[in-house]
Design a protein around this ligand. Structure first.
Ligand code: SF4
Length: 229
């Protein structure tokens, strides 16, 4: 077991009941510039929490080439108005290059491969500069996220993975957004509850009574893009 792994395991136990602010402060003090936040730009809640603990922190955004204009606009607004350093990671291939090699609309035929090429690999590459990364994962988002630890060892990337709002509910998020005037992706006002890539097979509005992530890869059986598996 590495020192970082030991640290992550102990922190996961000790910080389970800590507030999101306390978790981010611990992360900032422990990792400093070797800590980043990843954001899908659905909202800027974790970026806001992180910038409060560590002004100037790197906020990593995966630009898959398939984002809604509103998501790119949210990224630009975060970069322009918050004390953070937004870093945009891109896949090795443009969408056109991917289409040429794999055929068009790979997201409709093999979304796991598309996510692997456009999200998982770029993140793996982008995280090499850090010892720890913080995410906005929440336990109440879906059954696949129900056991998300607040701090854990990420064996795939050999990093400490931090989920400061893991214990939050949607109501907690809404209250934080309200209190701090946090930026939101405008698509949330249009009925989307989870914002991913723009192809309909990847993101659609959830139906009446469906859980928040039901509109992601709906009907395919796929629930996660792979960066959190
Ligand atoms: S969410 Fe869809 S378009 Fe985006 S990388 Fe995954 S499969 Fe491709």
């Amino acid at each position: 077991m590495t020192d970082l792994e030991t640290l992550a395991t102990a922190a996961g136990r000790e910080l389970e009941d800590a507030s999101a602010q306390e978790i981010m402060r611990w992360a900032a003090e422990t990792f400093g510039s070797k800590l980043c936040v990843t954001s899908s730009m659905e909202d800027a809640v974790v970026a806001h929490l992180a910038s409060s603990a560590l002004p100037g922190i790197d906020v990593v955004f995966l630009d898959t080439g398939y984002h809604f204009p509103e998501t790119i606009g949210t990224r630009d607004a975060v970069a322009a108005t918050m004390p953070v350093n937004v870093i945009t990671l891109t896949p090795r291939q443009t969408v056109a290059e991917q289409d040429a090699e794999y055929g068009p609309d790979l997201h409709d035929r093999d979304p796991d491969l598309c996510c692997s090429l456009r999200k998982v690999e770029p993140l793996q590459r982008g995280l090499t500069a850090y010892d720890a990364w913080a995410t906005g994962l929440r336990r109440d988002e879906s059954p696949t996220r129900a056991n998300t630890p607040v701090v854990a060892w990420d064996p795939k990337r050999r990093k400490v993975k931090i989920a400061p709002i893991a214990r939050w509910t949607q109501a907690d998020v809404d209250a934080y957004v309200q209190e701090h005037g946090v930026l939101l992706n405008p698509l949330l006002w249009e009925g989307y509850t989870s914002v991913g890539c723009s192809p309909l097979s990847c993101t659609r509005k959830p139906g009446e009574g469906e859980e928040g992530r039901a509109g992601r890869w709906a009907g395919s059986g796929k629930q996660e893009c792979g960066i959190h598996l």
